[in-house]
Design a protein around this ligand. Structure first.
Ligand SMILES: Cc1ncc(COP(=O)(O)O)c(C=O)c1O
Length: 387
């Protein structure tokens, strides 16, 4: 085995590649918003990277998984499936009007990969713009537009297309850079990895207008910010903008790996069988779970819950070591006097798991949408207790 030191949390004899820095807690099971492990019960304000939108062991999700598993466990896109049709119908109805065509994939990066491919193909252009500090994934095209990967591209020798970056909220730069050489602009309305940095709605509107004028396509990466997390079905709706393409993953399947790319009529009209493809995307289990997630978000009015509880958190700031808050809904960044890594440890001692971010002073909250008021109060009490 490897003789070099292993990352904290990875056993010396592990056969796993040592590529992840682990959080300092090992869960063994989970229910609702609680993680159980190491003899403790922890409130999960991290939500497994924003994936556990409905928390854990949600009865509707467990039932859907079992029912669909018994009925039809898998079939590929070689056959038409009603369960897949239903998921696409529900997702198109949940998304902003105008994005009525769905391609299912397996991961966020795959959805972005296809969106970027279509932007180049539909416009016949070879230049993509992204926003500084954005994160879009680790595959070739997604890595090319990821700010932290500039010059490294997660090990690829070059980018598959020309790439440029627009400084955040710089409307003048957007106007200057988005010209008729640009195939598309990709942005996260709330930049998750960057510390839940919410782009100014006026900037998002200006980017959309410049794209329209230049004939470039606007891609909203809602992989982290979507599925109700930001207090609307999709965060870009809060800016009053409808993109040409939208990508979503993470909470879409409540933890079952899946993603989707949604596009307009115009983009869909240019596609024919064979233009895109995947083996697992839109499989029956993923489809049943996506439909259930959308149904539960609506039935249980979870977006109202996100808005109300998020407001309570925002209004309680500044508090303890927290100096300021950014983000939307349940994608919040708390800017702290102390490093986010220390905040994570302090909160974990008090029974709460949070995330860090690319900004060392910003800790991230991405709890399940089923969070309750008393959990928020436990968080606020814990923050008030930290010096
Ligand atoms: C905004 C955004 N885009 C893309 C991705 C990549 O998704 P995946 O890890 O499923 O490939 C992520 C993952 O963190 C993300 O937050």
């Amino acid at each position: 085995m490897n003789a070099t030191p292993r990352s904290a949390g990875l056993p010396a004899a592990s056969h796993l590649l040592d590529v992840y820095p682990y959080l300092p807690f090992r869960p063994e099971s989970a229910e609702g918003v609680y993680l159980h492990g190491e003899g403790r019960r922890i409130i999960d304000f991290y939500g497994g990277h924003a994936v556990a939108g409905l928390g854990y062991a949600h009865p509707d999700i467990v039932r859907a998984l079992e029912t669909q598993g018994r009925r039809l466990f898998f079939q590929s896109n070689a056959v038409a499936l009603e369960v897949r049709e239903e998921a696409a119908r529900r997702l198109a109805a949940f998304a902003p009007a105008g994005l009525g065509h769905v391609f299912f994939g397996n991961s966020g990066a795959e959805a972005n990969e296809n969106a970027l491919r279509l932007a180049c193909r539909v416009t016949g252009r070879g230049r993509i713009l992204a926003i500084e500090h954005g994160f879009h994934g680790r595959t070739a095209a997604a890595a090319a537009v990821t700010w932290s990967a500039v010059g490294k591209w997660y090990g690829f020798p070059r980018t598959p297309f020309d790439v440029g970056f627009i400084p955040r909220n710089d409307i003048a730069a957007a106007g200057r850079l988005i010209d008729d050489t640009v195939a598309g602009v990709i942005l996260e309305p709330v930049q998750g990895q960057a510390g839940a940095f919410d782009l100014d709605p006026a900037f998002v509107q200006a980017v959309a207008a410049a794209c329209e004028q230049a004939g470039a396509l606007l891609i909203a990466d809602e992989i982290q910010s979507g599925m109700g997390r930001c207090g609307a079905p999709f965060a870009i709706e809060l800016a009053g903008v409808t993109p040409d393409m939208l990508t979503v993953a993470k909470a879409l399947g409540a933890g079952f790996p899946c993603s989707a790319l949604l596009v307009t009529d115009r983009i869909a009209a240019g596609l024919k069988p064979g233009d895109l493809g995947t083996t697992f995307g839109g499989g029956p289990l993923a489809s049943a779970l996506m439909s259930t997630v959308i149904e539960v978000i609506g039935r249980d009015r979870l977006i109202d819950n996100v808005r109300a509880l998020s407001q309570e958190i925002i209004e309680a700031m500044p508090l303890g070591p927290v100096e300021a808050v950014q983000g939307k809904g349940f994608l919040l960044g708390l800017r702290c006097r102390r490093p986010a890594r220390e905040m994570l440890q302090e909160l974990l001692k008090r029974g709460i798991l949070v995330g860090t971010s690319a900004d060392p002073q910003v800790m991230r909250l991405l709890p399940p949408l089923v969070l309750e008021r008393h959990h928020v109060h436990e968080l606020l009490n814990a923050l008030a207790d930290i010096r």
